[in-house]
Ligand binder design. Structure first.
Ligand SMILES: NC(=O)c1ccc[n+]([C@@H]2O[C@H](COP(=O)([O-])OP(=O)(O)OC[C@H]3O[C@@H](n4cnc5c(N)ncnc54)[C@H](OP(=O)(O)O)[C@@H]3O)[C@@H](O)[C@H]2O)c1
Length: 301
């Protein structure tokens, strides 16, 4: 049974990657719900200005702080601050996508992907857990549909999110006796800066050029502003912060819920070949048909 926390308890939550997308929205949603927020990001000094109206509205509740999750000194500084002040919640949101066929991503790109989406997150969480255990607080990890179901040409990103899912499930059990909640929010595709910030493999092997063109076309469309607004993900994170829940995985978005339901109901022997067929149609080996090759209906007859 879930229990709402007292509204007036001023609890402190740290959000990573708070400059844009879900993170930016979560900061506003938590402030509006009466939380004290440590909004952390890279280049915080240059970005503080974009929080001016909220700093004016919540002068005692919002702090904008520097944190590159891959930087050990940044993590140490944040951990010291959290230990001094106390910390009730951590929203591990910072992340990005490295896309492209495995043959097309360099070792440095592969390692950087895991460094941000997994190692940085894991080490930050490790550093903040002593404070979170004292507060009997919570950890909310931004995973993805791609944390449970892999798509082609996204192996590096999927690996980072599958790793996060494993870590989080272990922590769910490990920390429950200590009163610390762990949740995985698993969004489907949503409109943030994610598509713009996708890094592609540093080469395109001829064998994958068609599939890569198809995937890039999809992400160019998403980067141009189409897609589901981020509100439901932001609301899901804020609700978990406010109202204790025993749920580990929370898929958000119609696509995410549909895939989660299919995976829960059907065995891999059915879903994997079916998904493979779909992926072969959506990202064909020879690439999407050029628009000019599609004859108008009247001429095609
Ligand atoms: N949007 C989607 O469709 C979607 C779907 C499923 C899951 N997700 C996940 O949701 C999370 C948030 O992404 P978003 O959609 O809100 O995209 P976004 O707008 O690109 O936000 C990602 C944030 O992560 C920050 N970041 C990247 N590397 C960092 C580092 N080393 N240290 C600290 N911050 C870093 C970025 O900061 P900079 O500006 O400094 O690069 C950016 O503010 C990610 O974990 C992503 O994997 C997104």
């Amino acid at each position: 049974m879930s229990r709402a926390l007292p509204k007036n308890a001023m609890r402190t939550v740290l959000v990573t990657g708070a400059a844009s997308g879900f993170g930016r929205g979560v900061v506003s949603a938590l402030l509006a719900r009466g939380f004290r927020v440590l909004a952390t990001m890279r280049k915080a000094d240059a970005r503080r200005e974009s929080f001016a109206s909220e700093i004016a509205k919540y002068p005692d509740a919002l702090e904008v702080l520097e944190l590159d999750v891959t930087n050990a000194e940044d993590r140490d500084a944040i951990a010291q601050l959290a230990t001094r002040r106390g910390l009730d919640g951590l929203v591990n949101n910072a992340g990005y996508g490295l896309f492209g066929a495995l043959e097309d991503v360099s070792e440095a790109q592969l390692r950087a992907q895991l460094e941000v989406n997994f190692f940085g997150l894991a080490l930050l969480t490790q550093a903040l857990l002593p404070a979170l255990r004292i507060a009997r607080g919570f950890v909310i990890n931004l995973s993805s549909t791609m944390g449970t179901t892999a798509f082609p040409l996204t192996g590096a990103y999927c690996a980072s999110k599958f790793a996060l899912e494993g870590l989080s499930e272990a922590l769910y059990h490990e920390l429950s006796p200590h009163g610390v909640r762990v949740h995985l929010v698993e969004p489907g595709g949503h409109r943030t800066d994610f598509a713009t910030n996708v890094t592609w493999g540093d080469r395109v092997t001829a064998a994958y050029s068609g599939q890569t063109r198809g995937y890039r076309a999809l992400y160019t469309r998403l980067a141009s502003g189409s897609g589901t607004p981020p509100d439901a993900v932001i609301a899901a994170v804020a609700a978990l912060a406010q109202r204790p829940s025993t749920r580990l995985r929370i898929p958000v978005g119609r696509d995410a819920r549909a895939i989660a339901t299919l995976r829960a109901l059907l065995p891999d022997s059915i879903t994997l070949p079916a998904l493979s067929l779909i992926f072969r149609r959506v990202f064909p080996k020879n690439g999407p048909r050029p628009v000019t090759a599609i004859a108008p209906q009247s001429e095609a007859r």
